[in-house]
Design a protein around this ligand. Structure first.
Ligand code: SF4
Ligand code: MG
Length: 320
């Protein structure tokens, strides 16, 4: 496989409860301490499921999750408090992460209370104020007693980020954290995320449908297609010279140098993403691939190292 530092790894064979759909199929990925990985995929590619699986919000059915050397695959929820403290999630919709009936002070303080961090109310308030500074809601005193509806969408997402960082986590999954925000604030929020990532040395899985935003979280990039990894590698190398035809199509579809115009869920290649209920045989990308050969329709390509640190699952790169 394509594993680097074994700090956090997942091998997920994930099934939905009702239909035995494999949302993610034998995906194997490792994220190093402080490393940022951008996970790119169309809607329905399984990327959100994978992110939630990494946080043990979804159950695994097969495979394993190793976090900082500890196997948490089968740990009971009651045994996971330490993990819940160290691994956080930022959602697409800030409203799903923050209670509209609580003020900002309590919203930020709540994780501290849950995890028993910060001895006294005064200490906790200090941490809340520090966090408001970190998410740049200044001056903090103006925000403590506001309610979410009094804030803009971008400010609410800042509060959701504050909730995620106040415990000083080691790992954050951010699932499309800017796709519901106004174009004008998207780069601002991505820049803030990058800033806290660097300052706190947080490992990040940044999930997005938009490869052009991956530059903000760019140690490595992972391309997911129909629940399988198509390509993984260092961001710069992959973008400069993509190995997988699907990655090539994604990069060619980046339309506009102006980042504020780039956030639409574009059709990047002709045809529809395949159903995960009944995925195509062989290479799942073959119905849409301009290079498809006979073998692609019959046999699934294994993931191989194509060149230094770049892994792809494509028959074009396998010498037979
Ligand atoms: Fe295209 Fe075949 Fe490569 Fe799949 S394995 S991406 S169908 S060339
Ligand atoms: Mg999603």
């Amino acid at each position: 496989g394509h594993r680097l530092k074994m700090w956090y790894s997942v091998q997920a064979g994930l099934f939905s409860k009702t239909r035995y759909v494999r949302a993610v199929d034998d995906v194997s990925i490792s994220i190093g301490k402080g490393e940022t990985v951008a996970m790119i995929g169309e809607s329905g590619s399984g990327k959100s499921s994978l992110g939630r699986t990494l946080l043990r919000l979804y159950k695994l059915n097969g495979g394993s999750l190793i976090f900082d050397g500890k196997d948490i695959t089968k740990a009971k929820e009651s045994e996971l408090a330490w993990f819940r403290r160290r691994a956080q999630m930022i959602f697409q919709d800030p409203f799903s992460a923050i209670n509209p009936f609580h003020n900002i002070k309590f919203i930020l303080e709540e994780p501290l209370i849950i995890h028993g961090v910060g001895g006294s109310a005064a200490e906790r308030e200090e941490m809340v104020i520090r966090t408001l500074n970190e998410i740049k809601l200044n001056p903090p005193e103006d925000y403590l007693y506001k309610y979410p509806h009094m804030l803009s969408g971008g400010q609410r997402q800042r509060v959701a980020i504050g909730r995620a960082i106040i415990l000083r986590p080691d790992f954050i999954v951010a699932d499309e954290p800017v796709s519901m925000l106004d174009a004008s604030v998207r780069v601002e929020i991505l820049t803030l995320l990058k800033e806290v990532q660097q300052k706190m040395n947080i490992a990040f899985l940044y999930i997005t449908h938009d490869i052009s935003t991956a530059k903000y979280f760019s140690d490595r990039i992972a391309i997911l297609y129909a629940g399988k990894l198509a390509e993984v590698g260092p961001y710069r190398d992959v973008v400069k010279d993509p190995a997988h035809p699907y990655t090539q199509a994604l990069i060619e579809a980046i339309p506009d140098p102006d980042p504020s115009n780039r956030f639409h869920d574009k059709k990047v290649v002709g045809g529809e993403p395949p159903s995960l209920v009944n995925p195509p045989r062989g290479c799942r990308f073959h119905p849409r691939c301009p290079f498809a050969m006979d073998i692609c329709r019959r046999e699934e390509p294994p993931m191989v190292e194509v060149k230094n640190g770049i892994y792809a699952a494509c028959w074009l790169h396998i010498k037979k």
